[in-house]
Each structure stands twice: as C-alpha cells, then as structure tokens.
Design a protein around this ligand. Structure first.
Ligand SMILES: [Zn+2]
Length: 451
C-alpha cells in the first residue's frame, strides 16, 4: 500500500512537471536567453479598495528553472515591483517569434529553484461603483495574451500549477459575491480564500466578483454517472430556470457520450453574449451553452499545450453542435491550423469550420468500426488534465485505429502539402474564417458591459 501511494505520488508529480511541453528557449538578444520555467506553487493576494478605486495584487511564485538564463513568465500590466529571492529585479517584454509577447526577468539566473514576488494592479474588466466593485477575469483563446496574464502573473498554457488566491474587499459595507471555479472558503464578509486544483493552467480559471443580489441566481445538484453530486450554479438576468434545465440536459448528454464530468462544479453565467469556456464554468449566451459545456471536456478537460493544439477542441465542440455529421474528403479544406509558429498562443479560427469537417471526415473514415466519439472518449480519458499537442492527438488516432493518418494531417491540419499553390484555406479567407457565433470577438467596451 505504501509503495502504491509513493508510486501514485510520483505519477502525480510527473504529470504536473510540464517543461517538456514548453516552447524552445528564446533568444531575446545576443546576451540574453529566455528560459521557460516550471511553476510549482503560486499565491496571489488581491485587495480591492472601493473608496480608493484600486485593485492591488501581491503574487508569490515558486518556480524551477532547468537551465541558466532569464526566466520567462507573463503579466500584461507593467508590475510595480518584482523581486527574486528577496532581491529587487526588473522585468521587460520580449517578442515570441513575432507572434506573441512574454515578460521575462532581466537577470541571468543559474539553474535552480526560485521565489518570485510580483506586485501589480488589476486595471482590466474592473468597474468601481460608489458602494461596490465588479471585477472579472474574462479570457479568450482567439486573441493573443488574453488568459490569466491580463490580470495576474502566470505562466504560458503548457504549465499547470497549484494556485491559491485570497480576495479582500475594503472601503465598503455592501456584501459581494464571488463566482469562481476553485474551492472557496469565506473567511469573513468580503474576504475569501480560494484554492484551485493543481491541474489548472493560465486558461482554466473562472473569476467573477460582483455585488450580492445584482444578478439572479439558481442552484441545483447534478447527479453524475459516477455517483458524485456536482453543484450547478446559474446566474443570469435572463431566465435562470431555462439555463438550468438546458445545463442539466447537456450534462447528461455529455456524460453519456464521454463519461463522468471532469470538474467538481458547474458555474454558468448567462451573460446574453460572449462565450468562453473555463474548467467547469462558462460565460455564455443561451444558444452557446451546449458548446461551452462541451469545452469542459474538450479544451478544459483535455487541454491544449499551446496555440497549435487549440483547433482540436473547437473542431470537436463544433462537430457536436452540428449533430456529429460525416464528411467525405472532397468536402474538406486545406488548412495549416496546427502549422503555425510553436510560440503561437491562440487558436486558428479555421477550427470551427474546416476543423469541424476534418473531425467529421475521421468519423466517416472509421465509422464502419464505430463512431469517432468512441475514440474521443478514450482520448479524453487518457489525456485528461495533461496538456497535449497535435502530434499526440494524431498518434493516439493512429494507435487506436492501427492506421497512418499522416497524409490527411499534412494536407488538412499542418498545411505542409500545399506545394506552393494557394491553399483552399487562403482562398476561402473571410468565408471559412467568418465570425464564430459561439465565440464572437468582443470589444473592450462590450467586455466591460458583461461585468
Ligand atoms: Zn468553442
């Protein structure tokens, strides 16, 4: 038994050490090498002051650096203070191959374990009223640097780490409510501590703070097929009952197809527009609810390790929305959905249409054996909470069906068989890449209005 426990602990530790999924070391300039690191433990203390209209954050990050260089992390707002092992340091932004940007510590550090303390202020998607504050960590996988880094220091999506957040509201007596997908302990009025699972990445966390009673709320228990009672919270200015009925129906459908719901809770903010998935949580319109809950399996259950893997979950969720159709090869479009820079952090929009048809084609190809859903269920069970890349998805298909799908992937996913001719993908720009109804691109003002 003791041996078994040790073995299990080793497995769990290995599963969280994700440096093998990190992008290659970055040549920032001739003398600076940006190295990707492994966050092991993070704690953020967020203090909202309604009178002062400020939201100050102190974050402590323990990380392991495997080689000498300048540690890379991310935080979009400029920090007010940064220290490594108690020594004040500067940070700067660096380009990621021209496709993204990260922040790095302007010091060359030897391989080792470090303690990074960062002070910053939250300035995005926050609104101070006379007696309350509204603050949300809205995210998007379609625009660059739109995960947790907009609000708190974090790592890139490949990394999973234990994250604890303490939230305190000062300067008001009005009671607030915190909707978040972690284990919440209310320490006193307007003071919470939240512990998030160690499998969470920069794109996992749902966080919405508002004044209590502003948005009608409904709670129910969902009985999972594995026996768990999963609390479901719906809050919306529309019909809470309509959202709740639909949510319970979709959860039962997803469990029938893909097995037990992978998270400990379901939080649904029926915001009327928007549409973004988090681990067991979503901000969504009514029509996108099924799509977003599917993402709790594919996107926030199996997790993309970087932008080139993001197409998989949108393709699967869109395939489900369309009623799991079949597509023959002549209906497919050539794309390079997974052929972008390894540093890219966003999902290619071709995923919704061309990617969906590609999954539908794999279904067509193998359906004599069984629905492609059966493979997806297996892939979900095996890869749950282990960030993956497209080659691992391809290999899993090949192993499962004992076949080679290299030519299909090269043509329709990697875009390596374009032989100089303009691809269908290029020809169809504006057609294939039309705005997705479930994930509309929202302006800064629209995002603020969702608070
Ligand atoms: Zn989606």
């Amino acid at each position: 038994m003791k041996f078994l426990m040790t073995a299990l602990m080793l497995i769990s530790t290995t599963a969280m050490a994700n440096l093998h999924q990190a992008p290659p070391t970055l040549n920032i300039n001739r003398s600076t090498k940006g190295v990707f690191v492994d966050f092991t433990k993070v704690k953020s203390e967020i203090t909202y002051n309604v009178k002062m209209r400020t939201a100050k954050v102190v974050t402590t990050i323990e990380f392991i650096q495997a080689e000498e260089g300048s540690p890379v992390f991310d935080l979009v707002p400029t920090p007010t203070s940064v220290s490594v092992n108690g020594k004040n340091v500067k940070t700067e932004e660096a380009s990621l191959d021209g496709v993204s940007t990260v922040r790095y510590v302007k010091e060359t550090l030897p391989k080792g374990t470090y303690n990074l303390v960062i002070l910053n202020e939250i300035e995005k998607n926050i609104s101070f009223e006379s007696d309350h504050v509204k603050s949300a960590f809205w995210m998007s996988d379609l625009s660059d640097r739109r995960y947790l880094e907009q609000y708190l220091p974090t790592n890139l999506e490949y990394d999973q780490y234990k994250n604890d957040i303490e939230v305190r509201i000062l300067g008001t007596d009005e009671e607030h409510v915190l909707y978040t997908n972690g284990e919440v302990t209310e320490l006193s009025k307007n003071y919470w501590s939240v512990s998030y699972p160690e499998v969470y990445t920069a794109s996992s966390l749902f966080f919405h703070l508002t004044k209590k009673g502003l948005i009608p709320e409904k709670k129910a228990d969902y009985k999972s097929i594995d026996g768990r009672t999963i609390p479901v919270t719906v809050y919306t200015s529309q019909s809470t009952q309509r959202f709740m009925d639909k949510a319970l129906e979709v959860l039962a459908e997803l469990e029938r197809d893909y097995g037990p719901f992978p998270h400990n809770q379901v939080i649904i903010y029926g915001a009327g527009s928007g549409g973004m998935e988090y681990c067991g949580a979503t901000i969504t319109s009514f029509s996108a609810l099924g799509h977003e809950l599917t993402h709790s399996y594919f996107a926030r259950g199996i997790m993309p390790a970087h932008g080139n893997a993001g197409w998989v979950d949108e393709a699967i969720a869109s395939w489900r929305d369309s009623g799991y159709p079949s597509y023959t090869e002549w209906r497919l479009s050539r794309t390079s959905m997974a052929g972008h820079s390894v540093y890219r952090r966003t999902t290619d929009r071709a995923a919704y249409s061309s990617g969906m048809k590609f999954i539908g084609h794999l279904h067509e190809k193998f359906k004599a054996q069984e629905s492609f859903k059966v493979f997806l269920k297996r892939f979900f069970e095996e890869r749950k909470f282990k960030p993956f890349k497209t080659p691992e998805f391809k290999k899993a298909i090949e192993d499962y069906y004992n076949t080679d799908v290299t030519a299909l992937f090269n043509k329709y996913v990697y875009g390596t068989e374009l032989s100089g001719a303009p691809s269908m993908d290029e020809n169809h720009k504006g057609h294939e890449h039309k705005e997705n109804e479930y994930h509309p691109r929202l302006s800064e003002q629209q995002l603020l209005e969702l608070l």
